[in-house]
Design a protein around this ligand. Structure first.
Ligand code: C2E
Ligand code: MG
Ligand code: MG
Length: 579
């Protein structure tokens, strides 16, 4: 229960002296003795007729303390405290039973000169006409002030005088309580870069000076109502309010960076200080600690990116990336910016290059190399795989035809092209392959089509037609990533599959996991039983190459032999391994 009684008249409330007009009720000797024994100001209050109250006994401290609790005029009568003010209100409520808790903290005055009191009421057995209670008043001013000082110390960073991490969290929490809609506030975490190096080379005093100057500069970038705090050694937190969402937060980050551009003068030296800024936007009901951690996470990303970063939940940022990859992939395909690389497939018995697998490569102008395992699923989802697949097919057979032409002979090589399950389901693959072969002049037996088990599972009848049509073109059909899908043995037997490509997860596990060896052995004997050939993917060591050869695997590909190469390098590689 908190109440503030402020009847401030500006008169010194600490004055002591005669209390005019105080007419204590005649008290029994018992009562007075009892009260005098108490170490605090106390009085017995009795409720007389018509609800009026009177002091029936008090100890010597009572008037002094009660007078201090009131900023009344000089001629104030102590019994006046029963007429109005917090004591009178508490007593009235106590006697009429509307508040029987019997305890009340109140203060008199405002600011540094305010006084704090705790009032307690306890019922006493009735003696005369009305109910009675024991009223005690404790001056808690010193205690409250000490608590405040201690709290202020706990919330302040002693070096910069700024609020510390604890105070910052409290400020964020408070801001969160008043949030009416999302994105009204943001937390910026500003990390002074390379601070530890400056600290080490120039000494901790210079380091301290730099931190103080840095903090002062940060203040220059703030707007009214923003909260700045030192939240770690070289880390500062800024709570900003937003009117236009993320845009305002990024503007605040820009202002901070602007004030840091001028060099810092520390011990006669000019130092340039850079900072990384992470931004996290506050959502209604968000935990302040979580918000702060998000901003810290964004700082890490800002260090890598070299510019302020806004924290985004993983899912949102992944979805956004997929979306922008789709848009940019479409553009890249239209502008013919994808390239096809060729990874050698080695005959494990002879060590010669038997063929190449064509693998799509995309180097993005800003993002750099984007892996097929990222853009192929996006292409499949968006339907772009049809365009991509046709391009890969055209390009791969054309490359092999070019090699033939340049070498003046029909090279003993084939090219493997990947086909997605989406192409099988939606495109007219046989026609597309036929077109490519015709355009390049290459014979069908120079082409291997790598399909995955998923292309059979979705629509086995359609897959059967496609596989048959491809066989009719004389092409080889390989089952890619074998072992990772769900194809049934019945389909393996029924479909015209020539090669099983053992997935690299089994191959790379062979050296450490006996189960992987067992699986590879099983696939090899299954292939043999079904009259199929085998290719092992992901051969990274010579041990794997020899083990697989010993086990009877026909061919293999992997980084041990070569990574996917550009067309020119691939042809050179073939030449270099030719016996
Ligand atoms: P995939 O068809 O199974 O291709 C083999 C993948 O294994 C390639 O990854 C290749 O670079 C990688 N690889 C080969 N040897 C090793 C090795 O020793 N160690 C390791 N760790 N990896 C090895 P890449 O090029 O990243 O392609 C990933 C997947 O993307 C391909 O798997 C394929 O499913 C798909 N893909 C790539 N290009 C095309 C394309 O033109 N069309 C379609 N539909 N899919 C494609
Ligand atoms: Mg493949
Ligand atoms: Mg594969």
């Amino acid at each position: 229960m908190q109440a503030a009684a402020s009847r401030s008249s500006g008169i010194d409330r600490r004055r002591r002296g005669h209390i005019s007009g105080a007419k204590p009720h005649p008290a029994s000797a018992d009562d007075t003795g009892l009260l005098d024994a108490l170490p605090i100001a106390a009085a017995i209050i009795e409720q007389a007729a018509k609800g009026s109250m009177q002091i029936s006994a008090h100890n010597s401290r009572f008037f002094d303390t009660v007078q201090q609790s009131s900023s009344a005029a000089r001629d104030w009568n102590a019994a006046d405290c029963l007429k109005s003010g917090p004591i009178a209100e508490a007593l009235t409520k106590f006697f009429d039973g509307s508040d029987t808790r019997g305890e009340l903290d109140f203060k008199d005055g405002e600011g540094v000169s305010s006084h704090h009191f705790r009032l307690k009421l306890a019922p006493l057995p009735q003696k005369g006409n009305g109910p009675r209670c024991l009223l005690s008043v404790v001056d808690r001013t010193v205690e409250v002030q000490a608590e405040r000082t201690l709290r202020a110390e706990m919330l302040r960073d002693s070096l910069t005088g700024l609020p510390n991490r604890l105070a910052f969290t409290e400020a964020v929490e408070k801001a969160g309580e008043t949030v009416h809609r999302d994105l009204e506030h943001a937390v910026l975490v500003v990390d002074m870069l390379r601070f530890s190096r400056i600290n080490e080379s120039m000494g901790s005093l210079a380091g301290d000076e730099l931190l103080i100057t840095f903090a002062r500069r940060l203040i220059l970038a703030l707007r009214a109502g923003d909260v700045l705090a030192r939240t770690g050694g070289n880390e500062f937190g800024v709570l900003v309010s937003l009117r236009r969402g993320v845009e305002d937060a990024l503007k605040a980050a820009q202002r901070i960076q602007d004030v840091m551009t001028t060099p810092f003068k520390i011990s006669d030296l000019e130092i340039r200080v850079e900072c990384a800024i992470g931004v996290a936007l506050m959502h209604a009901g968000q935990d302040p600690e979580e918000l702060f951690r998000n901003a810290q996470f964004a700082v890490k990303q800002a260090k890598i990116a070299g510019k302020p970063q806004v924290y985004e939940p993983k899912q949102a940022s992944e979805a956004r990336r997929r979306f922008s990859i789709e848009t940019e992939l479409r553009r890249a395909l239209d502008k013919d910016q994808l390239r096809l690389f060729y990874q050698p497939l080695i005959d494990l018995k002879s060590g010669e290059v038997a063929g190449f697998e064509a693998l799509a490569r995309w180097t993005h102008e800003d993002r750099g190399e984007i892996s097929p395992s990222e853009f192929i699923p996006v292409a499949e989802e968006s339907g772009l795989i049809l365009q991509l697949g046709r391009w890969a097919m055209d390009c791969a057979v054309q490359t092999l035809a070019d090699w033939d032409k340049r070498c003046g002979e029909k090279l003993p090589l084939y090219v493997g092209v990947n086909l997605s399950a989406i192409q099988v389901a939606r495109d007219n693959i046989a026609e597309m392959v036929e077109d490519s072969l015709r355009a390049s002049g290459l014979a069908g037996d120079r082409l291997t089509l790598e399909l995955t088990e998923s292309s059979i599972v979705q629509d086995p009848a359609r897959a059967t037609r496609v596989f048959d049509a491809l066989k009719a073109l004389d092409a080889t059909v390989a089952m890619d990533d074998f072992g990772t899908g769900y194809s049934s043995l019945a389909y393996l037997q029924r479909l015209p599959i020539d090669v099983l490509k053992i997935d690299k997860s089994f191959v790379s596990g062979m050296m450490v996991d006996p189960d992987a060896v067992a699986i590879v052995r099983a696939v090899l004997s299954l292939a043999e039983a079904l009259g199929m050939s085998t290719t092992a993917e992901g051969i990274e060591t010579v041990e794997l190459a020899t083990t697989l050869a010993t086990l009877g695997c026909a061919s293999g590909q992997g980084f041990y032999f070569a990574k996917p190469l550009e067309a020119e390098a691939a042809l050179d590689y073939w030449k270099s391994r030719r016996h």
